[in-house]
Design a protein around this ligand. Structure first.
Ligand SMILES: [Zn+2]
Length: 125
């Protein structure tokens, strides 16, 4: 994505400036405070999510959001490399927002969620 270093999973998904921009937006949306410098590898993101907060339900949602974010960054990377189509980080954040809404509402956790609240913060319920 940035051509600044050799591509590794940790770089592409977490440490690249592009990935950091996406993750930063996601954390802002979630109102989760973290120093972005503390996230350098996929395992840092997953460990953080896995231990975050005190509410199991919220943690499950946060985990789903983190997985979804990593997945979307990977898709965006492939779009850039194979289709020469570079999605703005804001677009990736939007995708994560709408896809995880459907996941949480209809699949994993099955909760009554209101889209407008979700878009403000996924933990208003
Ligand atoms: Zn990079």
């Amino acid at each position: 994505m940035c051509n600044e270093t050799e591509e590794s999973a940790d770089h592409i998904l977490v440490d690249c400036a592009y990935a950091k921009k996406v993750m930063e937006g996601i954390m802002r949306w979630c109102k989760v405070h973290i120093h972005m410098e503390d996230l350098q590898a996929v395992s840092d993101v997953l460990n953080f999510a896995n231990q975050w907060g005190t509410c199991t339900k919220k943690r499950k949602i946060f985990m789903a959001i983190c997985y979804s974010t990593l997945r979307r960054i990977w898709i965006a990377r492939n779009e850039t490399v194979f289709k020469k189509n570079r999605l703005p980080p804001e677009k990736v954040i939007e995708y994560v927002n709408s896809v995880t809404f459907l996941w949480v509402k209809n699949r994993g956790i099955k909760m009554e969620l209101i889209r407008a609240n979700w878009s403000q913060c996924p933990f208003f319920f």
